[in-house]
Ligand binder design. Structure first.
Ligand SMILES: *Cc1c(COP(=O)(O)O)cnc(C)c1O
Length: 407
């Protein structure tokens, strides 16, 4: 679809009061969680229009997280591609290393408003767990993080970081022993301890109000990027590119531009070892409508509706379902979706490190792969912004293993 053909969008009309983005979203949880979700929705809705809450949030985003993040012109990568100008939105420079802290701070403030002093979270790559552990330490909240046993091994350094900051990390041994099982355990804990506990979900996913609330906490990415590109180039970008796990960094960047028909947007999923059953996590390249962990959306599943095993070189994109707002905008044709394979990602990871002096997170590198293709295809007067959702320090050990120790 050409950018000029972008359909008209009313971005604030969604979700509806029941949490639906068209046929997607909603509330699919055990009865015992309904009251907690309603309370969260009410407290969040009030905080959203409360200037006191917003100024406190802004202060922590600035002093603790390090906002605003720069918009960086990737000059050598641009020259390497010989086409459109590439800019990086530098979420990798945030405290704890990724965009996740935007949402973790916001939800911790809401938890305190609800008088809840115990926080639970789930984590895949460990980035959301680290961000949550950091805000809990800062605000003096008890913190329990659920993590699949496989992920704990892959991301041992992040496990140690969380423990350093006082969090209890609980290993989950069920199933594939990754993110999906960690979410199940977190939900189980929440059902049991709902009166004292807030669940800080790490992406734009799950039951109402999470997808909308998490989006709102990340909207600052797009708000800043819009101002910064206008100051730098005097106009809006031609294309935006972001990786899509649950979809929070992508919708955070895209939301501010949804009603600009001249801005093309692409979300990039994990193509893993290729689009074959169990070998990838590209929900829009093989997924079907279903319900998982709180909402209705696109899910990788077998013909019986069992959740398919997934694979990605990046733990943060290794999830069988995608946020409901993305499914909606994909149907509408407003956001396009592509995927990058593990091999492409490992190559771009090294290229970006070598040419820019920036080691990107493997998740973010999926977006870079697609942006490099687009930069080559477009003339030099075009502008692309890539959301650099996180830094790659957490990944260097894994990459060294995969490429045999020598770049
Ligand atoms: C968690 C994570 C992602 C994936 O999550 P989204 O909600 O899709 O943004 C992407 N990049 C980094 C660096 C992450 O830590």
């Amino acid at each position: 679809m050409s950018a000029k053909g972008a359909p008209a969008v009313d971005r604030f009309s969604l979700p509806d009061p029941c949490g639906h983005f068209g046929p997607y979203g909603g509330v699919f949880v055990p009865e015992t969680l309904m009251a907690a979700l309603d309370e969260l929705h009410a407290v969040y809705s009030a905080a959203r229009v409360d200037p006191g809450f917003q100024s406190e949030l802004r202060r922590h985003l600035s002093e603790f997280a390090g906002r605003p993040t720069p918009l960086y012109f990737a000059e050598r990568l641009t020259r390497h591609c010989g086409g459109a100008k590439l800019y990086f939105k530098r979420e990798d420079l945030l405290h704890t290393g990724a965009h996740k802290i935007n949402n973790a701070i916001g939800q911790a403030l809401l938890a305190m408003r609800m008088g809840k002093k115990r926080i639970i979270a789930e984590t895949g790559a460990g980035q959301h767990g680290v961000a949550t552990a950091a805000v809990c330490a800062k605000f003096g909240l008890e913190c329990v993080v659920y993590m699949g046993a496989v992920d704990m091994e892959r991301q041992a350094l992040n496990v140690f970081r969380m423990r350093l900051m006082g969090a209890q990390v609980r290993s989950v041994d069920a199933g594939q022993r990754t993110l999906k099982e960690a979410i199940n355990e977190a939900m189980r804990d929440w059902v049991t301890n709902v009166r004292t506990t807030h669940y800080i979900l790490g992406t734009a996913y799950g039951a109402r109000p999470y997808p909308e609330m998490v989006r709102e906490f990340h909207r600052v990415i797009g708000i800043e990027a819009r101002e910064q590109i206008l100051a730098r180039e005097g106009r809006l970008p031609d294309e935006l590119v972001a990786c899509v796990g649950g979809g929070s960094n992508a919708i955070g960047l895209f939301f501010e531009f949804l009603e600009e028909p001249g801005v093309r947007m692409t979300g990039v999923e994990a193509g893993g070892r290729g689009i074959r059953r169990g070998e990838h996590a590209a929900r829009f390249a093989g997924g079907k409508l279903g319900v998982l962990q709180g909402c209705k959306t696109f899910i990788l599943q077998d013909p019986d509706g069992q959740i398919e095993a997934t694979h990605s070189v990046s733990a943060g994109l290794d999830y069988a379902a995608v946020g409901p707002e993305h499914a909606y905008y994909r149907d509408l044709g407003r956001i396009e979706y592509a995927y990058a394979t593990d091999d492409e990602v490992l190559e771009a990871f090294q290229l970006c490190s070598r040419l820019e002096g920036i080691i990107p997170a493997l998740e973010s590198t999926h977006a870079i792969v697609h942006a490099l293709k687009r930069a080559r295809a477009l003339p030099a007067d075009k502008v692309i912004i890539v959301n650099l959702s996180g830094r790659g320090d957490k990944d260097v050990q894994e990459v060294a293993k995969l490429i045999g120790g020598k770049p």
